[in-house]
Design a protein around this ligand. Structure first.
Ligand SMILES: [Zn+2]
Length: 418
């Protein structure tokens, strides 16, 4: 008996050691991220067209329906336009903050830093890359030009669309089709050879076919074409993981859906224009990703977690997304006026009896790059999913409301229309 007990002890010791080794192996792996935007594919279009590569990524990872466009009919309503959507992904905020209202990208507000900016601030030695069919994505949205330049990407393969010698422009946008191919081929080559730490791949052709022909067999074929390009990048990631001690997060999404009438247009707030999707190779997405329609702004906090980026309180209190990787305690914060009260609601996502803290600010100084001063309003039990503030104590035009929980932070605005 004694001997057997000793063996049991030894065995449990060995199992414990094995678990530690396993855990170390996962945490010691180098974390790398690639996100891909394929332009202008609504949820139903993705479901209809054959997409074997995206299907296989989703099968080994996860898929969720998603949306763009902010809070409809509310303060953060955001046009379903390309650059507007890209910047919601890049900054984790809606248009009322990032300030890119159209494709001319007049005045992005860099006080809401892009994922590349916060990544390089924390890890200046790590390498960033962009592979893009549109030059402005790097120069205007990410880096900023002239006085407002705030970050420099380490590697860029873009601007091919301004080269009319090698890519002569044609009415049917075949040159964009070719550029998308060359962009994806270079992304796959560079990822395989260099393994950059954070990369963005942008592919455009589907949007051009959508504008030209709308719902059509040609649009389905364009989606299948882009799917194969995504497949090249997916294969490059698998090759890296097979040959190096690396853990890669791949996130594929789109910037907006298309009009319900014929699929040619976008920009408005119809369900189909707002309806998008996220495919990721990440198996361990949380229950929020599984059960909710997630937002394009959720990708930013998810990347922060995966890459272990610690952002300042200023950034955390402004992010309009909720991470779909790791634990979250609450989501969907909103504030409405009911009689003489501001009613604040959220959805509880924790089985533990957790508490959160409500903060408010009646200024919006972050917009000018200054620190915000928050007032601590109340400690709340998350399970209650509701609390109230007295309206007569908040008579300003707007009130920024933050709910901080042990594992995440949510924010919303209350706009006083009285
Ligand atoms: Zn677009």
């Amino acid at each position: 008996m004694r001997l057997q007990f000793k063996y049991v002890l030894l065995l449990s010791f060995l199992i414990a050691q094995l678990c530690v080794a396993q855990k170390n192996e996962n945490t010691s792996k180098e974390k790398k991220v690639v996100f891909i935007i394929v332009d202008g594919i609504s949820t139903d279009m993705l479901q209809k067209a054959p997409t074997p590569f995206l299907d296989s990524i989703a099968a080994s990872g996860s898929y969720s329906k998603a949306y763009v466009g902010g809070k409809k009919d509310d303060y953060s309503e955001t046009p379903t336009i390309s650059a507007v959507g890209y910047n919601s992904l890049l900054t984790g905020t809606w248009v009322n903050k990032h300030n890119v209202y159209g494709n001319s990208i007049k005045k992005p507000n860099y006080n809401y830093p892009t994922i590349f900016k916060v990544f390089k601030d924390q890890y200046p030695e790590k390498r960033t890359a962009i592979f893009s069919t549109w030059l402005d994505n790097r120069t205007k949205l990410i880096e900023g030009e002239g006085e407002v330049k705030n970050v420099t990407l380490d590697y860029a393969f873009d601007g091919l669309e301004v080269d009319t010698i090698n890519y002569p422009h044609d009415a049917y946008k075949q040159y964009i089709k070719k550029i998308d191919n060359d962009v994806a081929v270079e992304a796959a080559r560079y990822i395989t050879a260099e393994g950059p730490d954070l990369s963005w791949v942008y592919l455009e052709y589907t949007d051009d076919v959508g504008h030209g022909l709308g719902d059509s067999p040609q649009l389905d074929a364009a989606i299948t074409y882009e799917d194969a390009l995504v497949g090249k990048i997916w294969n490059a990631i698998k090759e890296r993981e097979a040959n190096f001690n690396e853990d890669w997060l791949l996130v594929v999404t789109t910037d907006h859906g298309r009009s319900p009438k014929d699929g040619r247009h976008h920009g408005g707030q119809t369900d189909r224009e707002r309806a998008t999707w996220i495919v990721t190779n990440e198996k361990n997405t949380n229950n929020y990703f599984a059960k909710e329609t997630v937002a394009i702004t959720d990708i930013y906090p998810s990347m922060l977690r995966f890459l272990n980026i610690d952002v300042s309180k200023e950034v955390r209190f402004e992010m309009d997304g909720t991470a779909f990787i790791g634990e979250i305690d609450a989501y969907d914060l909103s504030a409405t006026q009911e009689n003489d009260k501001i009613v604040i609601r959220w959805k509880n996502n924790s089985e533990k009896n957790l508490k959160g803290t409500i903060y408010t600010s009646n200024t919006n100084q972050i917009k000018e790059g200054k620190k915000e001063i928050y007032k601590r309003e109340a400690k709340v039990s998350l399970a209650n999913e509701e609390t109230t503030l007295l309206l007569n104590q908040h008579t300003g035009k707007m009130l920024k409301i933050v709910l901080e929980t042990p594992n995440n932070v949510l924010n919303t605005w209350y706009i006083n229309n009285n």
